[in-house]
Design a binder for this molecule. Sequence first.
Ligand SMILES: Cc1cc2nc3c(=O)[nH]c(=O)nc-3n(C[C@H](O)[C@H](O)[C@H](O)COP(=O)(O)OP(=O)(O)OC[C@H]3O[C@@H](n4cnc5c(N)ncnc54)[C@H](O)[C@@H]3O)c2cc1C
Ligand code: SF4
Ligand code: SF4
Length: 315
Amino acid sequence: MGLNLRKAIYKHFAQGIPSVYTIDKENCIRIKKGAGKKKKPCGLCEKVCPADAVNFNQEDELVEIDAGAIILATGYDLFDPSGLSNYGYGRIKNVVVSLECERLMSASGPTGGHLERPSDGRLAKRVGFIQCVGSRDLRNRDYCSGFCCMHSIKEAILTREHDAESEVYIFYNDLRAMGKGFHEYRKRGENQYGIKYIKARVGEITQDEEENPIVWYEDIKEGKVKHLTLDMAVLATASVPSEGGKELTTVLGVDLDEHGFIRSEMIHPLSTSVPGIFLCGACQGPIDIPESVTQASGAAAFAAEIMQAANVKEY
Ligand SMILES: Cc1cc2nc3c(=O)[nH]c(=O)nc-3n(C[C@H](O)[C@H](O)[C@H](O)COP(=O)(O)OP(=O)(O)OC[C@H]3O[C@@H](n4cnc5c(N)ncnc54)[C@H](O)[C@@H]3O)c2cc1C
Ligand code: SF4
Ligand code: SF4
């Protein structure tokens, strides 16, 4: 999320599998300044690597694979809320998006798991989660992004777990807690962690002289316009079709739905419009991790079926 600096040799994602380091050619001293020189600069990572795994001469390769089946799992991207000027994202420093909030609360994240305000590094004590940002909105994405109600409840619970004195608010249209144990989780958030759920339409976020976001909202139950001053506001942004999937879907010729996600067949939900090409996860629309994993197992089974029929021994 661009919240921190990293080294020129790095792991793209701490928990990624396989756990492989890569070197950023644009910023590696050896690669940038050593070209054509006899005495190469730096090279420290090579000297200290006990597995002797660093190879500066490695080049990108195009690998051709004769595949019997393909599974698309290109996922989703997140809506950029900078265009919604009423929410102040990009202008008000203490308005962040959910994924930034996740990074701030992550033990391996830029602040070691502390919910620090971008403006001054102070711990955020009053945190408000604004739902349906860009979703269920005819001017942007008219569909529901499916998982944001639940991840905001999770982030609110985590905020309280990190700091028992914090206050957390969720401004929602409808709380869509559809799934096994989801309703109970929502209730636990309220009863055990003191989350305050406010049924509201947020019209605008402004800030005071201390850069505290002020959320202006219509309290739907009372029919009144109110405001609340926070330390940090977190926008639950819409899930949108992945950029990374666009070129691939064009090359493969699979159909997309009206929103730009990959179209799945009604009675064969893991199949695309092209025989032998399957899909799983959020590339066909917003779904959560358990559902993505379930689909992945199903898609793998379909691919294996084709390979077995073709008597392919290794896959
Ligand atoms: C803030 C936030 C918090 C969330 N918290 C939870 C949670 O607590 N629990 C939960 O169940 N769900 C949660 N979700 C939802 C979860 O992120 C999704 O369900 C899940 O990521 C979907 O997995 P996926 O593998 O289909 O897609 P992704 O996670 O999007 O993975 C797709 C991968 O494909 C790669 N890719 C794209 N195009 C290409 C290409 N052409 N070639 C090669 N690779 C490509 C992408 O770089 C990406 O790594 C959360 C979502 C958000 C936004
Ligand atoms: S050669 Fe130097 S700059 Fe390049 S990745 Fe290794 S340690 Fe970093
Ligand atoms: S899951 Fe919740 S926050 Fe996300 S779009 Fe649907 S109703 Fe709005």
